[in-house]
Design a protein around this ligand. Structure first.
Ligand code: FRU
Length: 542
């Protein structure tokens, strides 16, 4: 959320609440006694053509950051920034959804609601297995949430002040009780930008760790605790020279990963979400790899002050991947991330109703040495791969295209699909694929390799509706040298998004698109030369 926009949002929120009230009154006047099914239908009108199938969306209303991602007793819990009262940012509360496989979600009742004097901003949840907080019982551990209280007038805090609070659940995440002595952590003096606590168990030291930010001061603050209630400051993480003074730092996450799967090479990864100043413009998720000694995080490589976003490492090079963080307690200790599939530059203008906001595909992170440096590799989780049924898959034999565009067979058409292929651009200046293409070829999202600049581009300038915001950026480009002249791609296409996993997850581009439901064609093309397309497998997922 951009600090400067808060007052505007407050205005917008009250305007929208007023409008909503007025509409509700007139609807009630028109339909004397609506039947339940008529009410359900009314809720469905809007933009079903953009309702994601593979990605979580709330049934109605606004959603932003994933919060409190935790796996517990066979269920994944996704809590999220949610407005129960409207399809715009405001009245921030924690929505809730659960899933057995991270792919099929069930929306649950709102877990924590905004009140007159306090909104519930982002945070995280841990399983307090040994009841260190004393808020559960030894044989029935509590789930403990640390979240940001955003105080309003009448709260006893200056309006706008942010501090970290605690809530707990003793019924496996169904209901939540706020701790009686909240907040548990404030800054002195109080800050209006102290937020987004991410808590984890630090096994080596036997204590809880919390990373949190002072967003406008560009600092991650790290704390420790034995009971999740009393927190002691450990250290600050910041960057020399702060290359992006206008940006906010939000939603930090610090976790260990093995480099190249080698148990002797444990590294620590710090994810830092920044808004704006992302590689694709607006908000995005950067990361650093380094060491953590129980007190201080030391990155191995930090670009010099004044550097460009391109000098940093990004989880995703598209415009729509923000507030990304890992799931706590994931089976096998896997690092699985979930990100909000939108961008603060235009999130409020996105033309979906009666909801706004979707989560990107959950991704498994691995740390691999690439060109001598540790890099995060992101791939769709195994539970997604299991959806790719052979009987729903069309395979196409290898073929070449020379200075032309060629549509694929009718059997490859679809609007929710997994597309795997390898492009060998050979002599072509550009070679690529067009997804969600229209019959007349005028609409389509283009994903192509440029052999001169050695870059991969996602171009959504003709992907459907784009005019709802001037900030809806059109092209996202990333450097990507080819291995043996080949570019393997896995493309996840949904009603409202495209996620490109290039070169086995070395680069990812995630972008929202707003095509018509009839835009269901796939084409490939080569400009100014010849390219070969091989290993094509298109799996329809609808
Ligand atoms: C990130 C963010 C967080 C904040 C929340 C408010 O998108 O701005 O820093 O806690 O959203 O909804």
């Amino acid at each position: 959320m951009h600090e400067l926009l808060y007052p505007f949002f407050l205005f917008q929120r009250s305007l929208a609440a007023w409008l909503f009230g007025a509409l509700a009154v007139s609807a009630a006047a028109c339909a004397a006694s609506p039947t339940p099914s008529a009410t359900a239908q009314a809720a469905d009108v809007g933009t079903p053509q953009w309702r994601s199938v593979l990605h979580y969306t709330p049934q109605r209303n606004w959603m932003n950051d994933p919060n409190g991602l935790v796996y517990y007793k066979g269920l994944y819990h996704l809590f999220y920034q949610y407005n129960p009262n409207g399809n715009f940012w405001g009245d921030m509360s924690w929505g809730h959804a659960t899933s057995r496989d991270l792919m099929h979600w069930h929306e649950q009742p709102v877990a924590m609601r905004a009140e007159e004097t306090e909104e519930i901003f982002s945070g995280s949840i841990v399983v307090d297995a040994h009841n260190t907080s004393g808020l559960g019982a030894a044989n029935s551990p509590p789930l403990v949430a640390l979240y940001t209280s955003m105080y309003k007038a009448g709260s006893g805090h200056e309006a706008g002040t942010q501090a970290q609070s605690l809530a707990y659940s003793t019924d496996d995440g169904k209901t939540w009780r706020q701790y009686s002595r909240n907040p548990v952590l404030t800054l002195d003096p109080e800050s209006k930008n102290f937020r987004d606590p991410k808590v984890s168990w630090y096994a080596q030291g036997g204590y809880w760790l919390m990373t949190t930010v002072v967003a406008d001061a560009h600092v991650v603050k790290i704390y420790r605790s034995n009971n999740l209630i009393d927190w002691t400051f450990l250290s600050d993480f910041s960057l020399p020279g702060v290359p992006h003074r206008e940006a906010l730092w939000e939603m930090p996450d610090l976790f260990p990963l093995l480099l190249d799967g080698d148990s002797r090479q444990q590294k620590w990864v710090m994810i830092l979400n920044v808004n704006p100043w992302s590689i694709a413009g607006g908000s995005g998720a950067m990361y650093f790899v380094g060491n953590f000694d129980g007190k201080t995080f030391t990155p191995e490589h930090v670009p010099t002050a004044g550097a460009d976003p391109a000098d940093y490492q990004w989880l995703d090079h598209g415009a729509d991947y923000y507030a990304a963080g890992t799931i706590t307690n994931a089976p096998g200790g896997d690092a699985i991330t979930l990100g909000w599939m939108s961008n603060w530059d235009y999130a409020q203008q996105v033309p979906t109703t009666p909801w706004k906001g979707a989560m990107a595909l959950p991704r498994l992170l691995a740390l691999k040495t690439v060109g001598g440096v540790p890099r995060l590799i992101s791939t769709p989780i195994e539970q997604y791969a299991r959806l790719l049924r052979e009987d729903k898959t069309t395979r196409v034999n290898t073929f070449s295209v020379s200075s032309a565009t060629q549509q694929l067979a009718v059997s490859t058409r679809g609007i929710v699909q997994n597309i795997a292929l390898t492009i060998s651009p050979h002599s072509a200046r550009r070679a690529g694929i067009i997804v969600r293409g229209s019959e007349n070829g005028e609409v389509g999202t283009r994903i192509f390799y440029d052999t001169t600049s050695r870059t991969l581009t996602l171009d959504r300038s003709k992907s459907g509706e784009t005019g709802f915001s001037n900030a809806f950026s059109k092209q996202h480009i990333v450097n990507l040298p080819l291995e043996n002249g080949k570019l393997p791609l896995t493309i996840v296409v949904d009603r409202n998004s495209v996620e490109v996993f290039a070169d086995h997850g070395r680069r990812v581009i995630t972008d929202l698109i707003f095509p018509a439901s009839t835009d269901n064609r796939i084409s490939v093309f080569a400009d100014d030369g010849e390219a070969t397309f091989s290993d094509i497998a298109v799996t329809n997922l609808l």
